[in-house]
Design a protein around this ligand. Sequence first.
Ligand code: PLP
Length: 386
Amino acid sequence: MPGYEVLGSEELEEVKDVFNSGGVLFRHGFDEKRKGCYKVKAFESEFAKFLKCDYTLAVTSGTAALRVALAALDIGKGDEVITQAFTFVATVEAIIEAQATPVCVNIDNSLNINPKEIEASITNRTKAVIVVHMLGVPSKLKEVKEICRKYNLALIEDTAWGCGGKFDNKALGTYGDIGTFSFDFAKTMTTGEGGMIAFKDKVTYEKACAWHDHGHENNPNLPRWKDSRSGSGFNFRMMELQAAVGLAQLRKLPMIVSAQRKNSDLIWSYLEELDCIERREEPIGCMPTADALIFMVETEAIALKIREKLLSRRISTKILPEAITWHFAGTWDHMPELVNRHDNKLKESLRKSEIILTRSVSIPIGVELDDKLPEAVHAAIIEGIE
Ligand SMILES: Cc1ncc(COP(=O)(O)O)c(C=O)c1O
């Protein structure tokens, strides 16, 4: 659940600090006026420490983070990028915006990419795989990385839903070559709108820095108006107020994730004996953020019935089973690039994913937990099954 639950005086103090230090809202320059206050730079550096990663770049959104990542890898026209059938439209939109061709692969019971289905989608035009740690559960990174290594493909982790989670004791977003993060208002930590990119490699990081800033190389020996450039780019710069909020939210992130995990475990303890539900698979060695509690039932009709029973108790569901349209590639026939690549059989090619998603029920987990929630979820499931 979103960091908005814990937005408070700490975020406000950080924002005030910007105004008390000259009110410079732009990340670059105005050195005298800003009295040493550089929130975007500080946010990047604190986020890098949190991830234990050397290079991070703040951007305007998670969608921008994906777009900049593709630009930094020189992915464009004629290239193909593989991602998963269950994600938000943004992942595929970024590929299309880069003029590359998106290919979606089925998910498995982890609700993330099925590594066994990736190789069949690789062609000599494939340049990268974007895995998505959907709704807080890490992807099967080990298997996917092995495939990427075998075929010399870049591995991008769309960590929009995985911020604060781990795989093999490594922060999500740092296992592959590039990790992208979203801080929109629905995410585990939020800056309203905003994103971050984590890089393994300095050269790719430097390319991204320039590309997200109109090609500016931010040469320390030149004034900005005379700055050096090697190529054009775009503007996806984060602004100071977003980073100010981000700094306060980042300090709360471990607490948010730990509270969510505790609350999720508590709800599960009430559901354990129910053999009519199957728990979402979690890869071995991972630490999910427990953003949502997800289980699968036998049919779509039962999943919808359980949702109805949850709603009647004022408990909402999160994306599944009702709102898969924005999150299931099989329904994206408004994207001709994707439809064509799937031989005009988009829905049929992703049928396995549809079956899993429509039978899944997702309950949002927050930092706060109503004492009555675990029992209410249990009762709604029993009634829904009947
Ligand atoms: C998986 C995934 N990737 C990327 C994004 C895009 O993030 P943003 O809303 O910050 O652009 C989202 C947003 O929900 C998402 O769910």
